[in-house]
Design a protein around this ligand. Structure first.
Ligand code: B3K
Ligand code: ZN
Length: 885
């Protein structure tokens, strides 16, 4: 690794946190937008904080400083110093006015951080979290500096909508076909929540009356002509507002709530106060272009950004190490919201699947970090599954341990005690201790220890004493810079089933605990003895996934099948099915490795028979849930169970199993398909219809593995095209894996139909990037050059390159071509947009999990990258992934 690059990328440590020397109470910002540049005038009211030092150090990057005045007097060049990243004003008084003018170039901003011009939408917009504001003007760009913002925007009238945070206080005409608008945000906020938008939009409007009868104007701004695609987003917003009042007593606080949808956006969305900016992907939906999953994701992301108004905006983070304070909490809130609104079982399954496929590998790899990291080089690299999703799991555990009522009390106290402040995770945990009277010292380890804990469970039944004993042993593997771990507090929600599948009463310490109980593990080894257990029970453990751990109990195949049928906890029914399938898939993988003949296990097929012939026919069946029960564990998750991920054998095993299931149950799949497929029914976002669509499409996906049914897929594809994207996409995804002229025909028709709809073109790219036919990589490379692809547009990169990186057999093909292609893309991307480049490099950083030949090829690419000039974003990930263990 070259010394130069190491010196340029210095880590920042939590232990070095200091309160700011200066505070800014008010900022008056005026942004004049011109075709080629923007002038930014910022008037700051600055005051010394407790520790008065005489130099004021402001952050600023890529700015042209035009002038600087202190108390109205222009400073001479020896009174301040400008570096690449700072503006240092020497010998300032304790309280003063600072006026700074800078010039910036939004159209040249390809990193999409700060103020930029979004090409695909033809609008100006901002993204300031985490450190974008310093690309707009010199400022104390830290979350613990809270100021009142007044913002004036001037622009040509071709941008009719000029928006910023808070309430509109003035607007009007200016000479030269220009106009202005002034916005005032009454709530003090850190600059990462600042937003500005200038553009031409269609607007959909509605109102919401809060529980205390406050009228709020709701506005969603979308690209011209797309207003009909914002109705689901508007509906989702109202559902979120109502839910947060009912569940957490949180009410909205401004007169207006605005959402703007932008086509070029690095992330999903951003919670700027009163003016959320969203990726179009999480706003726009209509039946012919959006799938059920898109509709669900919109509900959840709209909810997420709305919930941030309290968990993030009213109470914010002291520093970026506390990121999970707002992100973990807000994910927890949005997960609870979609569970309540849609389905407790299915949403939990989705969330756990995502956790296992993204966060568990992160926790087991070279980039593992605690939910509250203690060092970073580039904070944007820490918007991770660990900070977000594991952070949410930690709060879910806290709610489980404290009980809903006490947890809610804690939330209320958190919001009232810290309203208007920038606080820490410790402040949050302290409150939960205050309201519960519990000592959470050990629980805090969830924030500081990285790695996924593993819990081994064994049991013993004594029919003489009628006691049943569970033995638990917990361990947590070493992670970078953390060799040894302490035992953690782990809540295990559980129940016992008797031989007929009935829940057994749980008696502990001679006390009746009901039919379900949460055990709290705290020791490395622990034992729990249940009394009055009249027959040998089958334990159902970790219900609803009550802790983010890997739990292992040595179930027999029969016991798994039994729980799969009888467990009262829907999540665990699914989980037992997954465990059963996982066993079989791992055995098949081994058989392939040894060159043995492959055979399907009868018990496994019996599970499918039971689902399809019995459960699917019951009057009360939940088809949405059933479609989850039909799915096999993903290749990614299978690989996670192995020391060395056998990419090709896993793929072959899974293909074999799916094909055998399809063959065995073709007729019944077809019956269910027919029974649940309607050509005429209009799409509705409704749980029953979603269930039907998901189930019949699961059946279709199996059927399409059989040559006889390719035409059935094509028929659905053609009928659904232009009407129902859920049905279109599933059929296309099936056709996409067929070496048949139907594949080309469908892909062509799809593109011709939707070539002008950016979000649907993204689907077209992602589907092809998920193809595992032999020539897939060359097709992906061709798409990279296709006019539909645009490396400057994050959604296009996520669609093509993101999906390619998740396509195991193609990315990991033995000749290393996949690695070479990805590394080339990352290098090109890093020059334009480091945040996106850093996201794309991730699959290479997992090199230690593969065989020696692949390891060598992946390392070679990583080392070559390190010898080029990299952004701190990519540098941090690549260098950490190469560090000696
Ligand atoms: N808070 C933003 C994420 C910002 C990411 C900066 N790299 C969106 C969200 O989590 O709601
Ligand atoms: Zn968030």
């Amino acid at each position: 690794m070259s010394d130069m690059s190491t010196i340029a990328h210095q880590p920042i440590y939590l232990k070095n946190y200091r309160a700011p020397h200066y505070l800014i109470d008010d900022i008056n910002l005026s942004v004049d937008l011109f075709d080629d540049f923007a002038m930014v005038r910022s008037s700051l009211r600055v005051r010394a904080n407790k520790h008065h030092e005489t130099d004021l150090i402001l952050n600023g990057e890529g700015l042209e400083l035009i002038s600087i005045h202190l108390e109205g007097r222009e400073l001479t060049s020896n009174e301040y110093e400008v570096t690449d990243q700072l503006l240092i004003v020497r010998h300032v008084p304790a309280n003063f006015q600072l006026d700074i003018v800078t010039k910036i170039y939004p159209k040249k901003n390809t990193a999409l951080s700060g103020l930029y011009y979004a090409n695909t939408s033809g609008t100006y917009c901002t993204q300031c979290e985490a450190e974008g504001f310093r690309h707009i003007t010199y400022y104390l760009d830290h979350p613990d500096v809270l100021a009142k913002f007044t913002t004036t925007i001037t622009a040509d009238k071709k941008y009719p909508h000029l928006l910023s945070n808070g309430n509109l206080t003035a607007s009007g005409e200016l000479p030269n076909n220009r106009h202005f608008a002034t916005w005032e945000d009454p709530f003090k906020k850190p600059c990462y929540l600042f937003a500005l938008v200038a553009g031409d939009f269609d607007l959909i409007e509605s109102q919401f009356t809060t529980q205390s009868n406050h009228e709020v104007a709701l506005r969603i701004y979308v690209e011209k002509g797309l207003a009909d695609q914002a109705t689901h987003a508007m509906d989702s917003l109202k559902r979120a507002m109502r839910w947060d009042e009912g569940t957490f007593g949180r009410e909205y606080d401004l007169d207006i709530y605005m959402i703007v949808a932008i086509g070029d956006f690095n992330m999903g969305a951003m919670e700027n106060k009163g003016l959320n900016i969203f990726n179009t992907k999480y706003v726009l939906a209509k039946p012919e272009t959006a799938t059920d999953d898109d509709y669900i994701n919109i509900l959840s992301v709209i909810g997420h950004e709305y919930f941030h108004n309290w968990s993030g905006n009213r109470v914010t983070c002291r520093d970026w190490f506390q990121l999970s304070l707002k992100e973990g909490l807000t994910i927890f809130r949005d997960q609870s919201f979609t569970e309540d609104e849609l389905s407790h079982a299915v949403m939990r399954i989705h969330d756990v699947r995502a956790l296992r496929e993204t966060q568990f590998p992160e926790d087991a790899g070279p980039l593992a970090h605690p939910v509250r990291p203690d060092a970073y080089i580039e904070i944007n690299n820490f918007y991770t599954a660990t900070v977000y999703n594991k952070g949410a799991e930690v709060l879910r555990m806290l709610q489980t341990i404290l009980g809903k009522t006490t947890f809610r009390k804690g939330m209320d106290l958190y919001f009232s005690r810290h309203d208007g402040h920038a606080v820490t995770i410790e402040d949050f945990v302290k409150i939960m201790e205050d309201v519960s009277g519990l000592n959470l010292a050990q629980f805090r380890l969830w924030y500081t220890q990285a790695g996924t804990p593993r819990v081994e469970v064994t049991d013993h039944y004594d029919d003489i004493t009628e006691t049943y004993t569970l033995h638990f042993t917990q361990t947590c593997p070493p992670t970078p810079h953390q060799a040894h771990k302490k035992p953690m507090t782990i809540p295990i929600k559980m129940g016992l089933l008797d031989q007929s599948g009935q829940a057994m009463p749980l008696v502990l310490h001679q006390k009746m605990q009901g039919l379900e109980h949460t055990l709290l593990l705290t020791e490395e080894k622990q034992e729990v003895v249940f009394q009055h257990v009249t027959t040998k029970p089958t334990p159902s453990l970790l219900r609803h996934f009550s802790a983010p751990i890997i739990l292992h109990y040595p179930y027999t195949d029969e016991a798994l099948r039994f729980l799969f049928q009888h467990d009262l906890d829907a999540f665990n029914r699914w989980e037992c099915g997954q465990q059963y399938s996982m066993r079989q898939l791992l055995q098949l993988t081994q058989s392939i490795e040894k060159g043995n003949a492959l055979q399907m296990n009868e018990g496994w097929l019996a599970i499918y028979a039971d689902l399809l012939m019995r459960e699917a026919k019951e009057a009360t069946v939940d088809l949405f849930f059933l479609s989850e029960m039909l799915a096999l564990p993903s290749e990614k998750y299978i690989g996670e169970q192995m020391q060395t991920i056998a990419v090709d054998n896993i793929h072959a095993a899974r293909v074999f199993a799916r094909l055998e299931i399809a063959k065995k149950f073709a007729d019944v799949f077809y019956q269910h398909y027919q029974a649940n497929h309607t050509h005429t029914e209009k799409y509705k976002f409704d749980m029953k219809l979603i269930g039907q669509r998901q189930f019949k499409n699961s059946c279709l996906a199996y059927l399409m593995l059989l040559p006889n049914y390719a035409e059935l897929g094509m028929t659905q594809f053609k009928a659904a095209l232009k009407h129902n994207m859920t049905d279109t996409q599933v059929a296309l995804a099936g056709l996409n894996q067929l070496d048949s002229p139907l594949r080309e025909e469908a892909l062509r028709a799809f593109y011709e139909t939707y070539r002008h709809d950016a979000l649907v073109v993204d689907k077209w790219l992602a589907i092809q990037a998920s193809c595992y036919l032999p020539n897939a990589l060359s097709q992906i490379k061709a798409l990279y050059k296709h006019p539909a692809f645009d490396i400057k547009n994050p959604n296009k990169v996520y669609a093509l390159i993101g999906a390619f990186g998740r396509n195991p057999t193609v990315f990991h093909q033995k000749n290393g071509e996949g690695y070479l292609f990805l590394a080339d893309v990352v290098r090109e991307l890093d020059q334009l947009n480091p945040q996106i480049a850093a996201r794309m490099v991730n699959p290479l950083t997992q090199w230690r999990r593969y065989d020696a030949a692949r390891q060598a090829l992946m390392r070679e690419r990583l080392e070559a990258l390190l010898h080029t000039s990299l952004s701190s974003d990519v540098f941090e990930l690549v260098s950490k992934s190469l560090e000696e263990k």
